[in-house]
Design a protein around this ligand. Structure first.
Ligand code: FAD
Length: 313
């Protein structure tokens, strides 16, 4: 997972020079939110723009209504995160003290679809697994509400223009509206310069890459791995599964499954599982359908295939 930390030396420098700066941050996922919070704590006036309805990005939580009319919440993106960097760990401990993060202590394992056997029941690795509370998006949500941070959700940035003027950056949204002038811009998603933006929106990428030629080869190195998530709710616990999170070996369809309702701060009214497809399976679907919104027929077929693989494991 990407997150931004700033060394004490840079922080000191920023606090002396950045007092009046206005910075736009494109993306209210964890990277954009941490960046916004860090800049705002150092006196920068920050505006986050995100095309999504709320904060979180790929660390998001989805709300569904079950057949019984009850609300069901699912972390359908990143299920958890681990921390190896000491600066990032200090941030996570701060979030823990604010009640927006907790450790997720469960038994995790791995299942081999070739031999149809569990390969191990150990806690996967030694690293602590952390989750947002009550949802993975809680961290971004809290950071976006900090003093000095303004958030504009439902606002996709379609154009970034550099004007040779005192406040050089002009941002335009996907409706063609001018959304402000800024001294600096931070983009947390490479789609602002990627042809993928055009495949999804039909518009040219927001930033003309010829303005920043050094960036192009670096961005190409960042992989994009697609994934489908299937959200399942059961009235009764799946007692045959001896772990609460498992990776799959030798499956062409599934890479990971976890029991979302065992995370701290979640409702235990039902047992909720989330299955993730392998990138290869998702790439196969995208190769057939393109990147546009999928039909219900295709989505139902994906759900059936993923559930069948889970059920037969
Ligand atoms: C299924 C799945 C499982 C994962 N599992 C793990 C895991 O176990 N552990 C782990 O550490 N990580 C995991 N990850 C990866 C982790 O979720 C990401 O690395 C992390 O959330 C990325 O955060 P980010 O802020 O960099 O980007 P994102 O969360 O993608 O945020 C980018 C934001 O920018 C917005 N945006 C993009 N373009 C524009 C635009 N033009 N205008 C306005 N807004 C825009 C998007 O809407 C998005 O909200 C997983 C991800 C997925 C999808």
């Amino acid at each position: 997972m990407a997150a931004t930390t700033i060394s004490p030396a840079i922080r000191k420098q920023m606090s002396s020079v950045a007092v009046a700066m206005k910075v736009a941050i494109i993306g209210g996922g964890i990277s954009g939110a941490v960046c916004a919070s860090t800049l705002a704590r150092n006196g920068v006036s920050v505006t986050i723009f995100d095309s999504g309805r709320g904060p979180g990005g790929r660390m998001s939580q989805r709300r569904e209504i079950g057949e019984d009319g009850k609300e069901l919440m699912f972390d359908h993106g990143a299920p958890f995160f681990c921390v190896s960097n000491s600066d990032a760990l200090a941030l996570v401990h701060e979030w823990e003290s604010r009640g927006v993060v907790s450790e997720w202590n469960q038994v995790f394992g791995s299942f081999d679809c070739a031999s149809n056997k569990f390969l191990g029941f150990q806690q996967e690795g030694n690293a602590n697994k952390y989750v947002g509370v009550p949802g993975m998006n809680s961290i971004s949500k809290a950071l976006c509400q900090e003093s000095g941070v303004k958030s504009m959700f439902g606002t996709g940035i379609a154009k970034l223009e550099w004007l040779e003027e005192e406040i050089p950056w002009l941002l335009t949204d996907s409706k063609g509206e001018n959304v402000g002038r800024f001294d600096g811009v931070v983009a947390s998603d490479k789609n602002i310069v990627s042809p993928r933006f055009t495949q999804v929106t039909g518009l040219p990428p927001p930033l003309d890459l010829s303005l920043v030629p050094d960036l192009a080869p670096k961005l190409q190195l960042i992989p994009v791995l697609p994934c489908f998530s299937l959200m399942l709710a059961f009235k009764e616990p799946l007692s045959l599964i001896p772990v609460k999170g498992l990776s799959f070996k030798n499956s062409e369809i599934l890479s990971w499954a976890h029991c979302d309702s065992t995370k701290p701060g979640r409702s235990t009214d039902s047992e909720r599982w989330i299955l993730h497809s392998t990138p290869d399976y998702a790439n196969g679907v995208i190769a057939r359908t393109g990147l546009q919104k999928l039909s219900n027929e295709t989505l139902n077929k994906i759900a059936e295939e993923m559930f069948k693989e889970f059920h037969s494991s």
